[in-house]
Design a protein around this ligand. Structure first.
Ligand code: NAD
Length: 373
């Protein structure tokens, strides 16, 4: 298995590409053969010629590519499996928890499905982790987006005409996106506060110069993989009460609170939002998985009568497609390189490897993970 096919994304809102010419060159140097669908890199100004120069063969249609590749690579899962050959290794993000029908379809078609969100959180898998690489960019962009809509500056300024107070930013959920949001807001001069249910985060928040908001929710903790545990309804209510005052005082609230494989907790209710100042901005980065903010909409920004704006924080990395593609591509390259058998010059799917056992969802016509059956 050494033939990789890079697809052009079909979703109109997608701006990224899963492999960039730099990594195609590295793959061909290893011994892979690569085909690229014409126009795959057009959103990031990578032409077919750039890909051809890196060693790829350019194919016109996705079906030409499917005929060529025994490994198919893309950012998003396609609408259907039409044309994908039996036995092919299909690598993309997949949203497996919400796409059980599609998982079944892949199994029945005999496709070996790798869902990149299922990458384990081990040191070795870190360089293959699309969730981290993309969330970091999204966290950065969330702050820029909020700053550009806020009717005030971020830093404190003392001028002869008067003193400008610093913007107050509250980050709820301090994982990869939240940490980058804190760092970005601090760099722009805001006063930043943050909260997360995982107690280990407090030190990281402080080390970035932000204040950790203390809310006692009783037993919290994290899973072995470093994800948050789901709160009870009582804990969620306590959290809402504990953070209501901070929200009311903040100019910007950015929510990134997610629970892996589950619906995101609803942390900002209509009542809490009604207490926020007119002109305040909320960015809901969990909007696609249920939302942290009551009334947020994945497809559009919402302006409330109170003058508060709720911005959709869905896949904000799409606003910085060049870096997002470079990083996604780095993740895919690391994955392919990790399983490259140098001696036999082939990609070797080692099913005993922790990485494969976590993210290979279907094989030999079967769904491998009970959770997706
Ligand atoms: P995530 O996207 O699942 O969640 C985002 C954040 O929301 C997390 O910090 C979570 O604790 C928090 N959260 C959940 N419920 C909350 C609530 N009710 N209130 C406030 N916050 C809430 O998580 P993530 O950003 O992908 O990563 C979480 C952790 O895993 C981080 O510490 C990160 O450094 C670590 N990580 C490790 C690896 C690795 O070792 N390979 C890779 C990626 C991330």
């Amino acid at each position: 298995m050494n033939k990789v096919f890079l697809c052009k994304e079909t979703a109109p809102e997608e701006t990224r590409v899963a492999l960039v010419p730099m990594h195609i060159k590295k793959l061909t140097e290893l011994g892979f053969e690569v085909a690229v669908q014409s126009g795959a890199g057009e959103n990031i100004a990578c032409s077919d010629e750039d890909y051809a120069e890196a060693g790829a063969k350019i194919v016109e249609t996705v079906f030409d590519g499917y005929d060529f590749g025994d490994i198919v690579v893309r950012i998003n899962k396609p609408d259907n499996v039409n044309g994908i050959r039996q036995g092919v290794l299909h690598i993309s993000s997949f949203d497996v928890f919400n796409e059980k029908e599609a998982v079944k379809e892949y199994a029945e078609a005999g496709i070996r499905l790798v869902s990149l969100e299922m990458m384990p959180r081990s040191t070795i898998a870190q360089k293959m982790d699309i969730q981290s690489s993309q969330a970091s960019l999204a966290g950065y962009y969330a702050v820029l987006l909020a700053a550009s809509r806020l009717p005030k500056l971020f830093p404190m300024m003392m001028t002869p005409a008067g003193t400008i107070s610093p913007a107050r930013v509250f980050i709820i959920g301090v994982g990869v996106a939240g940490l980058q949001a804190i760092a970005t807001a601090k760099r722009l001069g805001a006063r930043v506060e943050a909260f997360d249910t995982r107690p280990v985060v407090e030190e990281e928040v402080k080390s970035l110069g932000a204040k950790f908001v203390k809310i006692d929710l009783g037993e919290m903790g994290q899973t072995e993989q470093g994800y948050a545990k789901e709160l009870t309804p009582e804990q969620v209510e306590k959290q809402r009460q504990g953070q209501a005052k901070v929200c009311a005082q903040s100019d910007i609230v950015i929510t990134t609170a997610k629970v892996f494989g589950r619906k995101a907790p609803m942390l900002l209710t209509k009542d809490m939002i009604a207490d926020m100042k007119p002109g305040s901005i909320i960015v809901d980065m969990a909007v696609a998985t249920g939302g942290n903010v009551e009334g947020s909409d994945p497809g559009e920004d919402v302006i409330l009568d109170s003058g508060v704006m709720i911005i959709s924080g869905d896949r904000l990395e799409r606003h910085v497609p060049k870096d997002a593609s470079n990083m996604f591509s780095g993740n895919i390259f690391a994955f392919l390189e990790h399983f490259w058998d140098t001696e036999n010059k082939t990609f070797k799917l080692d099913t005993t490897d922790d990485i494969i056992s976590s993210c290979l969802i279907t094989a030999d016509g079967q769904i491998l993970d009970e959770r997706f059956k």
